[in-house]
Write a protein that binds this ligand. Sequence first.
Ligand code: G6P
Length: 489
Amino acid sequence: VSYDESCSKRQRLLVVANRLPVSAKRTGENSWSLEMSPGGLVSGLLGVAAEFETKWVGWPGVDVYDVVGKNALSKSLADMKCIPVFLEEVFDQYYNGYCNGILWPILHHMGLPQEDHNDTNKTYQTQYDAYKKANRKFLDVIIENYEEGDIVWIHDYHLLFLPQYLKEYNNKIKIGWFLHSPFPSSEVFKTLPSRSELLRSVLTADLLGFHTYDFASHFVRTCTRILGVEGTHEGIVDHGKVTRVAVFPIGIDPNRFLKACELPEVRQQMTELKERFAGKKVILGVDRLDMIKGIPQKFLGFEKFLEENMDWRDKVVLVQIAVPTRNNVPEYQKLKSQVHGLAGRINGRFGSVSSLPIHHLDCSVDLNFLCALYAIADVMLVTSLRDGMNLVSYEFIACQEAKKGVLVLSEFAGAAQSLGAGAILVNPWDVTEVSSAIKEALNMPAEERDERHRLNFQYVKTHSAKKWGDDFISELHDTLTESDMKIKK
Ligand code: G6P
């Protein structure tokens, strides 16, 4: 029986990611409210979940120490097929420390931050130990919930030890692992202490997936250089065991956005926004407030544009939604003040009593309002310094059927590989280039906008999250079937 006949609809999946698709807030001893979690991983996975019989395992966005609270939260989450992992005492060193203080910058080519020897809680080693403990907590929850035949699909850099721990527990468990961030050149990854153990663990999975060819080949080369294993076009070969490595560019669920744009509430919000910005072109930025998103570089590019184009000064506004994230990691705190400083300077230089060039908001916005913003924007400005994919670009395109606005996109976002034909690509480090791209986007003739939008929309429609999930799981089935056949021979 082929994968398509037997499994495409009801294959059982345990999706394991650091973050559940919903984050919890306590509203009483026994009560919790749940709201959608931020980030591209959740956005992409939501488009997949309905296709399979999916259960999610992950951290619920909050730590709970009392049994009453844990039980109540687990019950609310169960209705959404979510199973919480409570990280408790290891959370800070695991999440703020190892995941987002060490791995995240390394994966995004930003190098290893200096080790803080004065605080024993903050050395590489203590954070690494907490990381391992956290991965074991995930393991325990999976063991409690695993049923024979489940595919365990592990996501992202938070859980690099999980493939190994799971295979040690039961070698027959089918494991896929997908990296939502970039993977850097081997020269960057080499600096990471304990690099070999991390790579060896990942290689115990059956299939490894990356967004782009570049990330996959960086990974393969890193393994060959650091571990001395063999890299082939199929993946990595180590003592006869092949770990398949392949490319699966993630997408969104375009219908979720298309439908939202039709809602009367969203149409009303669009009308209000258009009135609010009447007579001005709107440039939009929507990013988590993260170093990798290049928000300071975006502001500098916009400042240069205002400097050089006096005639545009009263006719354009940059609306930047900066979604708060990882507030307890020092680098993120510094970034917030830097961004505020720049917005203040630019508004001070080019604003007037009645109008400000930058509308900067430190908040998340709900899906409907986000769709209204996407739909009325003339230009979407994405200046990531490195980005796994950047699904915000996809979401913008899905909401632009009527307006056909222009996407200005960093060449360092994974999305540049897929939306390059329709977007204006920029090097975000080059303020002059960003400024020229803004000008080109604002002045672009309607026919060219239509054509660029058509190309992008076609891509976003056909390369959906559902396709991404189907492709990954189908490839995992093929990989397992091939290896079964090799064993039988
Ligand atoms: C990126 C990562 C995800 C993460 C998301 C939000 O997209 O790849 O794994 O969930 O950012 O970050 P947070 O730390 O808030 O979960």
